[in-house]
Design a protein around this ligand. Structure first.
Ligand SMILES: NC(=O)c1ccc[n+]([C@@H]2O[C@H](COP(=O)([O-])OP(=O)(O)OC[C@H]3O[C@@H](n4cnc5c(N)ncnc54)[C@H](OP(=O)(O)O)[C@@H]3O)[C@@H](O)[C@H]2O)c1
Length: 427
């Protein structure tokens, strides 16, 4: 059954699944009240039609005709899937008064397409069953789409030596565009994610402002993208100093963007990943903080990748946790190439995400182990004190020679507000 009402009307038990059908939401209270289960922007009217209708350039029948012409057929199919799944779906928009409003035209169009509301043909069945996270999972998203300014990679199909597979679910493609994961036979795909300030720094480095959250301004698009990147990782690599400076942090998709926890979990299932990514902490000396929250969660599998001497020290500190493995990956330093191969071979990690910090990232780039970098550039300026501890930049602990400095190929630029989201390829 399809119903409709204003998003400002009280929520009622009989609403079933509440679907917001506005293209643009200007009233933040709609987000704050969590007034809907899923936002399907593509069921809203085109902004240009709406503007011309509002300023009287076109009349209501023309506005309705344009709406019928422009509305996403894919979104209507998805709506049908939601009705099948939840029984009752309520369409919501801001309009409180009766007609005219695109919401009413949407109900008419939908009923014309799916008379009776209960018949489902084979094609729809296939879409529902076959794609797992694609049509069935509901994505709340970051609150608006990314603007794709440049996509030089066709969504990721052209990675040398790797076969592209796993397109993103349709709802994500509508908001972010595609990002196809390459699959290599004999090695994992390694990607990194950072947020940097306008002046290239990753942290204020002062108590209460050490992590990336203050750099991005806790930006929802950045956090949602972090969630997506984590949701596609079999293993997440973190330096021991980042663990020390953010001991409360968990490197999981739902921890950074809980609103899409169910959709991230569905995506992991659809792509054949374990429920939670392996948490891998890299340390030279094995001096790991045992009180970090991550160790107290038995569902998380953890690897400490360190040197031979570091294993002894880490085991002494963490021995009481049964979910921790220890890997000796070198003498003077951790060989990150050997680590990637071991994670691939022994833990089945086809995808590895590095979340820094900058010292680990420097090691990774120097070791030539990085495929792609996802870099958020925040509009904030951080600066650097004349005296006192320097505030770290994207890469620390390694200095490249001018004639041998690594360069990357820019393969994607997206924008949301004043934040830029770059994607670059290193190998
Ligand atoms: N803006 C962002 O996106 C972002 C992301 C992550 C982190 N951060 C921030 O960055 C800061 C921490 O950065 P950081 O550079 O000091 O620390 P880090 O990279 O997290 O950790 C550095 C440590 O990792 C170990 N390590 C790295 N590469 C190694 C290798 N090849 N072999 C053996 N050990 C290796 C070493 O451990 P030992 O200590 O044993 O020598 C090294 O001291 C924090 O403030 C954190 O919040 C920001």
């Amino acid at each position: 059954m399809i119903k409709d009402k204003s998003v400002y009307d009280p929520v009622e038990e009989g609403d079933g699944h509440r679907v917001l059908v506005m293209r643009v939401v200007r009233d933040p209270s709609i987000f704050e009240r969590h007034a809907y289960d899923v936002w399907m922007r593509s069921l809203g009217p085109a902004t240009d039609s709406l503007r011309r209708w509002w300023d009287g350039t076109i009349d209501t029948p023309t506005f309705y005709a344009e709406y019928r012409r422009d509305v996403s057929r894919r979104a209507l199919t998805r709506l049908r899937a939601l009705e099948r799944r939840h029984g009752v779906v309520t369409l919501l928009c801001r309009e409180r008064r009766p007609e005219p409003c695109h919401r009413y035209e949407l109900v008419r169009l939908y009923r014309a397409l799916y008379p009776g509301g209960s018949v489902i043909n084979g094609r729809h069945k296939h879409r529902l069953k076959g794609i797992g996270g694609d049509e069935v999972a509901e994505w709340r998203g970051p609150g608006g789409p990314f603007s794709v300014l440049f996509d030089g990679d066709g969504g990721g199909a052209g990675h040398d030596g790797g076969q592209a597979r796993h397109a993103l679910p349709a709802a994500v493609r509508e908001s972010y565009g595609d990002w196809r994961l390459p699959a290599f036979r004999d090695r994992p795909y390694v990607y990194a994610n950072f947020v940097i300030s306008h002046d290239g720094r990753v942290s204020f480095g002062v108590p209460g402002a050490v992590g990336g959250g203050t750099v991005s301004g806790f930006n929802r698009h950045d956090q949602w993208l972090m969630g997506l990147l984590r949701a596609r990782a079999d293993a997440i690599l973190v330096g021991d100093n980042t663990l020390r400076s953010e001991p409360e942090h968990l490197w999981t998709a739902e921890a950074i963007f809980p609103d899409d926890a169910a959709a991230f979990a569905a995506l992991r299932r659809a792509e054949g990943r374990r429920a939670l990514p392996l948490q891998v902490f890299v340390s030279f000396d094995g001096n790991i903080v045992p009180e970090a929250r991550v160790f107290g969660l038995p569902d998380l599998r953890i690897v400490i990748a360190t040197t031979r001497a570091g294993v002894e020290r880490a085991r002494a500190a963490l021995g009481r946790y049964p979910n921790v493995d220890y890997l000796a990956m070198g003498e003077g330093t951790v060989d990150l190439g050997a680590l990637a191969r071991a994670l691939h071979r022994d833990y089945g990690a086809a995808t590895i995400l590095c979340e820094g910090g900058p010292t680990l990232y420097g090691s990774l780039v120097r070791a030539g182990q990085l495929d792609d970098e996802f870099l958020t550039i925040s509009p904030i300026l951080i600066g650097n004190p004349r005296d006192g501890a320097p505030r770290p930049g994207l890469v620390e602990g390694v200095a490249f020679e001018p004639h041998a400095a690594p360069t990357s190929q820019l393969i994607g630029v997206r924008r949301a507000g004043d934040h830029l989201f770059l994607r670059s390829r290193y190998r």
